[in-house]
Design a protein around this ligand. Structure first.
Ligand code: CA
Length: 536
């Protein structure tokens, strides 16, 4: 071959090395030295709302990643502020994200930087997004960075504090302060006019406290919780604390630390229907204080509650929260290794089942699914939703199990710069899968491998699902080109779903290919979105 023939032959559109842009495409450089597509700012909004930026990525620090997302957020707020506000409510109110903070941050930004209609809309939905006292305190923290306490913001906070007095009293004792902000500060800034005497008394307690906490419960039933809170602070015995918790349904946050080592205190908290969120978070403590033992009554009750799918959904329990609890609980020691406990196997099994139950139910499509997990080095860095040890690679394995549990015809494939054998199945318990995935060595990234594997093995695949950060760079051919070759050689109009596992701005899915879809990892609605796309 002459030199010119050689040079000309190497430029083509059917197989381009990943470190070059596909000729004629609108690909952009990713952070790894390869080329991918830029996701739209709207998709970036979804990634931000669901995945957040905590811990950054392998390539981008937490602060820069947050700034990049905030800039994308500003662009969509300017393009269509009302749509942004609707999207924030959609994702937040349905509990589709592991953490509510990105939604609160986005709402704060919209309430400051949107046009007047957007600002108004953002403040109107505040109670829908800031559903607890903790949410409101976090919102206050974010919003102060973007705007002052004008009338609109004051009115919104006033409305929040006008909620029914019994609910407000519960929020006030449960979330007195968070990260340097107290309910007191908010009331002072918003100075709401109390709608009635009960609210007036409650506001007074929040701001100044009561100098009265007599022996008799408060005459007003709506304010008895506050009275009980004051009493338990002065309690001198565990028996007294237990009695107050039982009678007035005090939440754990109201209980002084010195009582929290006593099993009977936890027993009382459990009996008064401890919220399931708190229950999941406190399983280790409940075991350590000796309340949870194999075959015990408390274990039986907790297993029953974890098995109640309706309750899990009503409380908006996110699968990540269950996964995080399971991962920590099963290892029998805290992240810093100080405290230890002996995990109760039935509780681990119940958490395993609860994980699957927290996703929306999906009708099987009956198609052939290739579930391809990027286990390269970058997927092993950073954390999902700030959960220690929960890397994108571990999280994506858990995510893939959901589809595997639904779809009978599925194949798992792991890849980095080469294919990696993956021995996981939805019949395994999640903690075993986490251990299996965590132990795989790291490598470079070639997201084309799943398609190349299917070509080589003539495997029938209706849909390739690639769980990745799209920081692909290693291969001789781009993933979309490999997909095109698969479609051609197998005469199957195979689809590609890219499950984005970080809130970066890239995707290997060509936005112009109707057979390719980019979704956001750990959106609890995603498995059903994927099934709909595959069925279409
Ligand atoms: Ca990588």
């Amino acid at each position: 071959m002459t030199r010119i023939a050689h040079v000309l032959r190497r430029v083509q559109t059917r197989a381009t090395p990943q470190h070059e842009k596909i000729l004629g495409s609108n690909q952009v450089p990713n952070m790894a030295g390869g080329f991918a597509w830029k996701v739209s700012d709207w998709r970036r909004l979804d990634r931000f709302l669901v995945l957040g930026t905590e811990g950054g990525t392998f390539y981008i620090g937490e602060r820069q990643l947050t700034l990049d997302n905030a800039q994308a957020l500003l662009r969509v707020i300017e393009a269509d502020g009302a749509r942004v506000v609707r999207r924030i409510v959609e994702i937040s109110a349905a509990g589709r994200a592991p953490k509510n903070d990105p939604a609160l941050f986005a709402l704060a930004l919209a309430s400051a930087k949107g046009d007047p209609a957007t600002r108004k809309a953002a403040l109107e939905v505040l109670p829908k997004v800031a559903r607890t006292g903790a949410h409101l305190l976090h919102f206050a923290q974010y919003v102060e960075g973007f705007r002052g306490w004008g009338r609109g913001l004051r009115t919104a906070v006033q409305t929040w504090y006008a909620q029914p007095v019994d609910r407000l009293a519960y929020q006030a004792v449960k979330y007195r302060q968070r990260d340097g902000w107290a309910q007191r500060d908010l009331l002072r800034l918003a100075h709401p006019k109390a709608p009635d005497e009960q609210h007036q008394a409650l506001y007074h307690w929040i701001v100044k406290g009561w100098d009265w906490a007599g022996d008799e419960p408060h005459p007003d039933p709506a304010l008895r919780l506050i009275w009980a809170f004051e009493r338990i602070q002065r309690a001198t015995s565990t028996a007294e604390a237990v009695q107050l918790i039982r009678e007035y349904r005090l939440p754990r946050e109201a209980v002084p630390t010195q009582f929290l080592a006593a099993p009977e205190v936890w027993e009382a908290l459990l009996e008064t229907e401890m919220p399931i969120t708190a229950l999941i978070r406190n399983l280790a403590t409940l075991t350590r204080v000796g309340l949870l033992v194999p075959g015990g009554e408390a274990s039986r009750r907790i297993v029953a509650r974890l098995g109640d799918a309706g309750q899990l959904r009503a409380a908006r329990i996110h699968p990540i929260a269950v996964l995080a609890a399971l991962k920590t609980y099963a290892q029998g020691k805290g992240e810093r290794g100080k405290s230890t406990w002996t995990p109760v196997p039935q509780v681990i099994d119940a958490l395993d089942a609860a994980f699957y139950a927290t996703f929306q139910y999906v009708e099987p499509t009956g198609k052939c699914w290739l579930l391809a997990l990027d286990v390269s080095g970058s997927m092993g860095m950073g954390t999902v939703a700030g959960v220690p040890g929960l890397t994108p690679r571990v999280a994506s394995a858990a995510m893939a199990l959901i589809t595997a549990a639904t779809e009978q015809h599925h194949t798992f494939l792991g890849f980095a710069h080469q294919l990696i054998p993956l021995a996981i199945s939805p019949r395994q318990r999640l903690d075993d899968v986490v251990a299996a995935i965590s132990g795989i060595p790291f490598g470079g990234t070639d997201c084309a491998l799943p398609m190349l594997w299917a070509i080589e093995h003539k495997a029938k695949v209706d849909v390739f699902v690639v769980y990745t950060d799209s920081e692909t760079w290693f291969g001789k051919i781009h993933p979309m080109q490999a997909l095109a070759q698969y479609r051609e050689k197998m005469a199957i109009r195979a689809k590609l779903i890219v499950v984005g596992m970080t809130s970066n701005g890239f995707t290997i899915a060509d936005p112009d290919d109707a057979g390719a879809l980019d979704v956001v990892g750990f959106d609890s609605a995603v498995p059903s979105v994927m099934a709909d796309f595959v069925r279409a």
